[in-house]
Design a binder for this molecule. Structure first.
Ligand SMILES: CC(C)(COP(=O)(O)OP(=O)(O)OC[C@H]1O[C@@H](n2cnc3c(N)ncnc32)[C@H](O)[C@@H]1OP(=O)(O)O)[C@@H](O)C(=O)NCCC(=O)NCCS
Length: 206
């Protein structure tokens, strides 16, 4: 297993009672700039020990310009959410109902470093599961960098099974993505793909 050498700020910034005040809501057009900021700040805190800042920056500008985020915003198969405490946006999530392959993906899930470990990510993922369920999908799928051990282990702990690995390129750096799913209770049984498929992926930075 590749050892992780990064990730987040391991401090608990909010008291457990603060979890009750987190509101998950659909993103609005005015959130998009903040969403881009959340991407950047969490990428820098999480990935910059193994992906150079210049690669993160070029990936952000290539895939997540305000215009591209706006295109995602108006796409009916894209589901965007933010996590808000009062008027402070602490995290965001972008999902896609990939009708072609019948999968519901969490493409991006980020909580600002200062607000991690206070239940925000769990609540956002819960929303993804509700959305997948309402789309009739049998599972939530996502990819996570294998070096992002904290997130990888967290997903496993909350019920994800990783079944594929694929190279994932950000700028000039290629890392290994683990791709996995969590079944939606009550939905029909899903077919799981063969264990390892290598395919080049870009565009989803999870
Ligand atoms: C991974 C992430 C989405 C989880 O959201 P979160 O709000 O921090 O997580 P929650 O509070 O809901 O769940 C807490 C659990 O997450 C894990 N975790 C999250 N941040 C952690 C950290 N800095 N150190 C150790 N464990 C951490 C632990 O398993 C923790 O459980 P514990 O507190 O009982 O030990 C968030 O930490 C994040 O945005 N991280 C950086 C970006 C990233 O890795 N995104 C996922 C890409 S696939």
């Amino acid at each position: 297993m590749i050892q992780d050498d990064v990730c987040g700020h391991p401090s608990r910034s909010d008291s457990p009672t603060a979890r009750h005040h987190v509101k998950i809501r659909v993103w609005t057009e005015t959130d998009l700039e903040k969403v881009r900021t959340i991407f950047w700040e969490t990428w820098m805190a999480t990935y910059s020990n193994y992906i150079p800042e210049s690669d993160l920056r070029s990936f952000l500008d290539t895939h997540y310009s305000l215009q591209q985020l706006h295109e995602m915003f108006i796409n009916h198969d894209v589901y965007g959410f933010v996590a808000e405490v009062g008027d402070r946006v602490e995290g965001c999530m972008r999902c896609t109902n990939a009708r072609g392959d019948g999968r519901f993906y969490v493409n991006s899930l980020y909580v600002l470093p200062a607000y991690q470990r206070a239940g925000v990510g769990t609540q956002l993922l819960g929303e993804a599961e509700r959305q997948a369920d309402s789309c009739g999908c049998s599972a939530v799928w996502l990819g996570v960098m294998r070096k992002n051990t904290i997130a990888y282990e967290w997903y496993r702990r909350i019920g994800f099974t990783f079944v594929q690995e694929a190279p994932f390129t950000m700028g000039g750096t290629t890392v290994t993505h683990a791709i996995g799913f969590k079944p939606i209770p009550g939905q029909k049984t899903m077919r799981v793909p063969p264990p390892i498929t290598i395919a080049k992926r870009t565009g989803n930075a999870n």
